[in-house]
Design a protein around this ligand. Structure first.
Ligand code: FES
Ligand SMILES: [Fe+2]
Length: 452
């Protein structure tokens, strides 16, 4: 496939449009697995899931299954979860602790370091001629830990993770670095499938605040009208009109850079985006001084921010959901949602956050359901032939991008804009058409000059 001719014109960020085929085409999807998921930094695990030597966690890089393993020296490695003998899935558990991984097919066993350590009937069947050093697990060559998150990259020539994140690290720190002790995953991991292309979910979290007043209108009204809502310290009185969170916001910002994006409002209320039990609200108020001291006022008071680190890691401040959109074909994703909590928070707060996370962003969460219904319907409509012909519009705020002087980094716009969507798709198109990271970087530099 001559992808330079076929893929790049499908995204026209300068004129604010994309071709719907990017959400449906099988050949494009196969190229994504190679060029996007085979070369991007991908979230693998939170360190709190594998604290001890021998702890492992199985996940995916694109569609490739991998197992993330804590080593005896405390470092972290990841391997393709595939036996080198005849390709069987090696580890079937979601997570656990082990001394070795033994294949269920013929019994080859691999150590924590990925080396092949034991082969049944090695003497009789292989006459001791098998060079075991050749048949270790396929190792993910680049692993980097960042504030509790484990990232992996298949491409030895990819930039360092911090360069890849660029200005997005400033936004990610606002989620991971509120308190001295860092964060941990609390509760289980929710996993479910949605019949939509991965870019619909990732791009929305990167850019689309515009949907919130409409898509979530009823959910927000019910939530704010509830006597249980004590986000401002007091339940709403009789006759009081529920106000959407953005109504009291002090403006907002959308950020775009390297395909990543963030969109958020400002508030003066440290707990304004918590939307949960009083005990969690008071925790956010009580710990605000530490957060402000670590992050500064702008980040400590961020409201209703949602974010995507390209391609598939998204999070929402306050409601504390961190999720990865694992692609499962062009028309399907598997969501893995983690509840992230400050490690130093009291256990009652952790318990309350687990409940509130499930209520808002679990598989049946009242906000989650609103979002996924939109994506599923978009994808269903795209089954039609005509529905795949006309471009989609991503022109909001075009030409009004700015670089701010107040310390908020990157290319920015008003929170209701599609600046980050344009950046997301432009970066996607660059990755899909470039032969290597050096070409990707050249294309990105040219885009930045042109303000895309
Ligand atoms: S496929 Fe794993 S031991 Fe044969
Ligand atoms: Fe939403």
């Amino acid at each position: 496939m001559d992808d330079k001719l076929q893929v790049r014109p499908m995204v026209d960020a300068k004129n604010g449009q994309v071709t719907p085929e990017i959400y449906t085409d099988e050949a494009i999807y196969q190229l994504e697995l190679e060029r996007v998921f085979g070369r991007s930094w991908l979230f693998l695990a939170h360190e709190s899931l594998i604290p001890k030597a021998g702890d492992f966690f199985t996940t995916f890089m694109g569609e490739d299954p991998v197992v993330v393993v804590r080593q005896k020296d405390g470092s972290v490695e990841a391997y393709l979860n595939q036996c080198r003998h005849r390709g069987m899935r090696l580890c079937h558990a979601d997570s656990g602790n082990t001394k070795a991984f033994t294949c269920a097919y013929h019994g080859w066993a691999f150590g924590l370091d990925g080396g092949l350590t034991s082969v049944p009937l090695e003497e009789e069947a292989y006459r001791n001629k098998l060079d075991k050093s050749r048949w270790g697990l396929t190792r993910v060559p680049r692993i980097t830990l960042y504030k509790g998150l484990v990232f992996g990259n298949w491409d030895a020539n990819a930039p360092a993770l911090e360069d890849y994140m660029g200005d997005m690290a400033w936004y990610l720190d606002g989620f991971l670095d509120r308190r001295e002790g860092g964060t941990e995953v609390v509760g289980g991991i929710h996993k479910w499938t949605i019949e939509c292309n991965w870019k619909l979910a990732a791009e929305q979290f990167c850019s689309d605040q515009y949907h919130a007043p409409y898509t979530h209108a009823s959910a927000v009204q019910v939530l704010q009208a509830s006597p249980a809502n004590k986000a401002d310290g007091k339940p709403l009185g009789e006759g009081q009109t529920p106000r959407p969170v953005w109504a009291d916001a002090l403006g907002g910002v959308q950020f775009s850079g390297n395909g990543h994006g963030s969109a958020f409002f400002f508030t003066e209320k440290p707990d304004a985006n918590v939307w949960v039990d009083g005990e969690v609200s008071s925790y956010f108020r009580d710990t605000y001084p530490e957060a402000e001291q670590r992050l500064g006022k702008v980040r400590a008071l961020r409201l209703a921010g949602h974010n995507t680190l390209f391609p598939t890691l998204s999070w929402l401040n306050g409601t504390q959901t961190l999720r990865i959109w694992h692609p499962k074909g062009p028309n399907k994703i598997e969501v893995w949602a983690f509840c992230i909590c400050d490690r130093d928070a009291p256990v009652e707060v952790k318990d309350a956050l687990i409940r509130s996370h499930a209520r808002a962003f679990g598989p049946a969460g009242f906000l989650e359901q609103d979002d996924s219904e939109n994506w599923v319907e978009v994808q269903k409509v795209l089954r039609g032939y005509k529905a795949r012909q006309a471009e989609f519009c991503i022109q909001m705020g075009m030409g009004f991008e700015e670089r701010r002087q107040d310390g908020i980094p990157g290319l920015t716009n008003y929170t209701f804009a599609e600046t980050a969507a344009r950046g997301f798709y432009q970066h996607w198109a660059n990755m899909m058409s470039a032969e290597n990271w050096s070409e990707i970087n050249d294309l990105s530099a040219a885009d930045q000059q042109e303000g895309v």
